[in-house]
Design a protein around this ligand. Sequence first.
Ligand code: ATP
Ligand code: MG
Length: 727
Amino acid sequence: FRGLEEQGLFLNAAQIQAVRHGEGPLLTLAGAGSGKTSVLVSRSGHLIAAGGADPGSILLVTFSSKAAAEMKERIRALPGIRNREAEQVTARTFHSFFLYILRTRGYRQEILSNTRHQQFIVKRILREMGLADRYEAETLLSLWSAYRLNMAGLDELPASTPAEVETRQVFARYETWKEEHGQMDFDDILVWAHRLLQNDQPLLHSLQRRFRYVMVDEFQDTGLLPYELIRMLVKPHRNLMVVGDDDQTIYSFNGARHEFILHFDQAFPGARVITLDINYRSLSSIVGLGNEIIQHNQLRRPKTLQSTRKSDQVPLYLRPNDPDEEASLLLSSIQESVNENRRPYGDYCILYRTSHNSRAIFEQLVLAGLPFIHYEQNDLFYEQWMVKPVMEHLRLSLDRRNFQALGGILPTLYINRERGMEHILQQDTPRPKKGPLSHLLTFPGLKDFQIEQVRERSKLIKSLKLMEPAEAIREIRVRFYDKFMEADRGKDLTLHKEFIQEGLDELEASAKRFKDIPSFLAFVDALIEVHGDMMHRKKDEHADAIKLMTIHKSKGLEFPVVCLIGASDGILPHTSALQAAQRDDSRPLTAREQKGDEALEEERRLAYVAVTRARDELIISSPGYYRGRKMEVSRFLQSVFHIKAQPESGDGRTGSGGPAASDGAGRRWALQRTDAAAPAAGRRGAKPAGRGAAQASTAPVTPQRAPAEPVRAWVCSGAGCRGWQRM
Ligand code: ATP
Ligand code: MG
């Protein structure tokens, strides 16, 4: 290990054991930042350099291509490993590895990797089946994907209700479409590879001989199908090393089954288990916070991470009034440290629960012209499928001859888009017809109910003109749009409905900032333009830019500064998990409630993953209002800091002045002031917000506990942690 040491990486005893492990199954179960990925990489090097293993016999599998590329890079940098040898090591994602195998066996299908393309196909199938207004393509696709990753075929799907029968037919037609068009989607890669390996024994045997050492990173998020594939590969030699952290299972909705990691020793009897419990990534205060958050989960192997990086710097806690204030507070703080040359933009990563949560921060980044990389491939918020039709109604209220907008609202009138447009464009003569919007939209062949819809809608659009934008959006929603979007989409799809409602609530909240529709639309158009330019520029991973991603995408990565936004109850944990977890304690749990608990635990794991991505600085922010609703501080933080709401008279929204920050609901939170006990926060000079309740809310993540309890800080030394201490 001398070479590693020269590079400053002094492996600890447990890490060395794992790196030196020769043959047989090995599970390394360890907390965040404890060197799991580092150990996988070092073991590859050790197998080659010390064990004389053929580099071509090593297979490393992980989840994202970014992680796979990083592994490869780290292997190249290993001491004592020649470039040629590093090249021969296989480090890939599950999908790219099994696709490679399919390709070598003559599978030539094109990959249908663009989700939008998939949705387009499913939408068409739904239209052909007359089900377009009953199901959402995106939801059906993810449902089908979950089934397939759990190895359920079409024949095994439930078919007892009409909705189940219909969805099954949709899946069948989607499969046929792919077959007829020579396409395969991402799940097909694994499904087909499984079939291939089952049927082609010589191929399986040659792979088993070739890949003598198999290692899987992020094992906690492995679903049934990838797990089975790996089990087939290692069957004769059982040289499987998996590393993972049961506390970081965050893909249950995608079929990840963290019992695989909890029961690994049963599947591979005699497996060696090595635990790593020292975190090398983060400052001690961050590690301590992670520990405190995750220990409230029941379904886990108990473990407490220790830290090596003692520091008196503590995480910074913000309590802005709403996401727009959150964004401006955060960005001005980032801008300030960049201006003072304390940090480059590239040190910052902003994490959030769902893509909707990035609306405000994204807008302000665009408008301020700061460099950033947005890892979502999504459309701009205002152009998303659930938001766009509402925007089109606003546009039409200003200009009824906006043909694009007319086309956009046709589906909401149950009018075929192509046919409708054909008719509308025919009327687009140099001297357009005068008269109300309904004339433009009414044409021969419409059914009575459509004519009625058109008439109603024209009236509605006309009435919007004089309203404030938020009011107009509300009107559109109340009059028809919410119901339209809620049309029966099958009983399992409630989660999706929520996602839609959330998007619309977010739109309304965003529009509240504008007094009239023209200024709101002008703002959105400016955004669309900048966003369009941005999409044309290539993403440069190495650019000095602020990174924005969902917590899910941040798995396995680390950043000097992490900003976790939206740490409020209802955002993180997500409302869906909260609702599922609501229950009456006086009776035994129903299956659904049990699920609710699990959902809440998964949310807590998300919080844990987010916090543990930070190396040096962590900023957590809990907006007091979200989409017009007041929000408590995330329960995951409340349980750590024992934050208690203190009822107080008066309107909390209009600033508090004192050391208490308002929760925006007429109550105040007792929070530790920045200047009181946080030298680090003070040094960072985070600016108090210029207005309202956030004025006093820039505080470290050590809000005052209940009166008798001291403010705590995690104090660790190289010799081990000494526990929570009085600061
Ligand atoms: P995650 O759970 O987030 O995937 P991990 O367990 O895979 O984390 P790594 O990414 O391997 O952890 O390591 C975290 C950080 O700690 C890296 O920056 C790595 O270089 C560093 N590290 C790991 N082991 C040591 C060590 N023995 N000495 C110094 N630094 C180390
Ligand atoms: Mg890792």
